[in-house]
Design a protein around this ligand. Structure first.
Ligand code: 6PG
Length: 513
């Protein structure tokens, strides 16, 4: 009817011909009578499908499920019923609001209860269990369904699974979820990677259940393809290992002079400064907890276990050729702690020269600030290198922002890094940081001297200082290594008086003897 604009019927036809009918939702033939349409819609609502599904009702799975229900998202949950998992599902259903959740012990019925495309989150232990559940799911999934692995899977496994499922047009995502039980329940930090189209369809749900940063923005982002999300979560855990180790080392030295309540008080004071962090806060609390009038800490065996992410971070750093000495030192400290029997047998009385360390609390505080900076620097450098290597193009600022709330390593430092990385992704190009390191390094030296004089091992602190000294030494002794390599293997070396890209070799034998 418009005079200045019309579309020929055949053009309109071509639009209908290329229209893709969405796979989701209810499709109605509008030539039916209105009564008929209403009756179809009513029936559909009565058999309403769940919007989201979770497999695995362990601690993290059930906490996330409660979080999803709290956001009024209709949910189906699945858990197998065998062995020590016999009651997990029924226990969860007993606690949850029955109107919003359906529980299943049959994989087929669970999958069938979900709206298409199905959105299924796996909250099961990393490793073989993930492959087993994917195999069990396989016969019931259809194209475009979305499967999310929310566990601490190795990023290479995630890539393998992503690629295998992509061949079947199943959208697979590896999402690192941090924050422990409380985070899962009230809002975790989430690092997503994998099938982008899949992420776009679950984004609304993940954002609803996530922690929020200081500006109210959800602490969840799509970071990159295949294993990218799990890689970043792995490095989060690597940094977590070193942060925990630093606090354990501080404890080992401070307890020589201070009572537990005094150390706790000191940590609480620090927690009101730029040193504040979730791990510092919980450590202050742990130091006060008593059982039958004894500190619980004194009854906990000094053998620290690990599930793998710390060691994987160190391995990844080695593969990329990025020095991450603090993560390695912290993983090794846990390994060493496991050698309890050996340690007890070999334990020495402090030698006569060993003294109770003199502790200057400002020195300790400065040393802690220094080592945390190095730890975060090393961790982010691994991510920066992996991102370059794999073309992920991740933003370190965005990763730091994700870690400002909900996750285990949330801290004032991480929040400040979210801003700093906007200007400079390499902290060693950030003059304020470098000046701070220079100002603090003397304190680490003093702390290490005091500890070593008292036979107290400080692997994470000393690796931080060694790293810093090496990084800030313009002329190192690596020329000798090059000469040795050339001597026994003619591996070649670059020369100071020539183009550094050129390789020279020397016949060293005439100089022998
Ligand atoms: C988190 C934690 C969480 C867990 C890890 C580390 O971010 O919420 O890192 O993933 O604590 O399993 O555990 P291990 O110390 O046992 O390796």
């Amino acid at each position: 009817e418009r005079s200045d604009h019309y579309m020929e019927p055949k053009m309109l036809r071509s639009q209908f011909d290329t229209l893709e009918i969405p796979a989701y939702g209810l499709h109605l033939n509008i030539s039916c009578t209105p009564e008929k349409l209403v009756s179809i819609i009513t029936k559909y609502h009565m058999m309403q499908k769940s919007e989201f599904g979770i497999i695995g009702m362990g601690v993290m799975g059930r906490s996330l499920a409660l979080n999803v229900l709290d956001k009024n998202i209709p949910l189906s949950v699945y858990n197998r019923v065998d062995g020590n998992e016999a009651y997990l599902l029924s226990e969860f259903l007993g606690k949850a609001d029955a109107k919003q959740v359906s529980g299943f012990t049959s994989m087929e019925k669970f999958v069938d209860s979900l709206a298409i495309p199905r959105k299924i989150l796996l909250m099961i232990p990393a490793g073989a269990a993930v492959d087993a559940v994917l195999t069990a799911l396989d016969p019931y999934l259809s194209e475009n369904d979305i499967v999310i692995d929310g566990g601490n899977s190795h990023y290479c496994d995630t890539k393998r699974r992503h690629d295998a499922l992509a061949k079947k047009n199943i959208r697979f995502l590896g999402v690192g979820i941090s924050g422990g039980e409380q985070g899962a329940l009230h809002g975790p930090s989430m690092m997503a990677g994998g099938a982008r189209e899949g992420y776009d369809q679950i984004k609304r749900i993940l954002e609803a259940i996530s922690a929020k940063d200081a500006h109210g923005t959800p602490c969840v982002t799509y970071l990159g393809p295949d294993g990218c999300g799990h890689f970043v979560k792995m490095i989060h855990n690597g940094i977590e290992y070193a942060e925990m180790q630093l606090l354990a080392e501080l404890f080992s030295i401070l307890k020589q002079r201070l009572s537990y309540p005094k150390i706790s008080k000191l940590f609480r004071e620090w927690n009101a400064t730029e040193l504040s962090s979730f791990l510092l806060e919980i450590t202050a609390t742990i130091l006060t907890v008593k059982e039958d009038n004894h500190y619980l800490l004194d009854r906990i065996l000094d053998t620290a276990s690990s599930k793998g992410t710390g060691a994987w971070s160190a391995e990844a750093a080695l593969e990329l050729g990025v020095p991450a000495s603090m993560i390695s030192a912290s993983v090794e400290a846990r390994f060493l702690s496991m050698l309890k029997e050996k340690r007890v047998n070999a334990s020495q009385k402090p030698d006569s020269a060993a003294v109770t360390p003199e502790i200057d609390l400002d020195v300790v505080k400065n040393a802690y600030a220094f080592a945390r900076l190095i730890n975060h620097y090393q961790g982010f450098e691994i991510i920066r290198s992996a991102s370059g290597e794999n073309d992920w193009h991740v933003s370190l600022s965005e990763i730091a922002r994700l870690w400002t709330n909900g996750c285990i390593i949330r801290s004032a430092l991480v929040s400040s890094l979210a801003d700093r990385f906007k200007k400079n992704e390499d902290l060693m190009n950030d003059e304020t940081i470098v000046r701070q390191m220079v100002r603090l390094e003397g304190s680490v030296r003093k702390l290490i001297n005091a500890a070593f004089n008292s036979r107290i091992a400080l692997p994470a602190f000393s690796s931080a200082l060694n790293y810093w000294y090496a990084l800030t030494t313009g002329n190192s002794s690596a020329n000798l290594i090059q000469a040795q390599r050339d001597y026994f293997g003619a591996h070649g070396y670059g020369r100071t008086d020539s183009d550094p890209g050129l390789s020279f070799t020397t016949d060293w034998s005439p100089h022998h003897g």
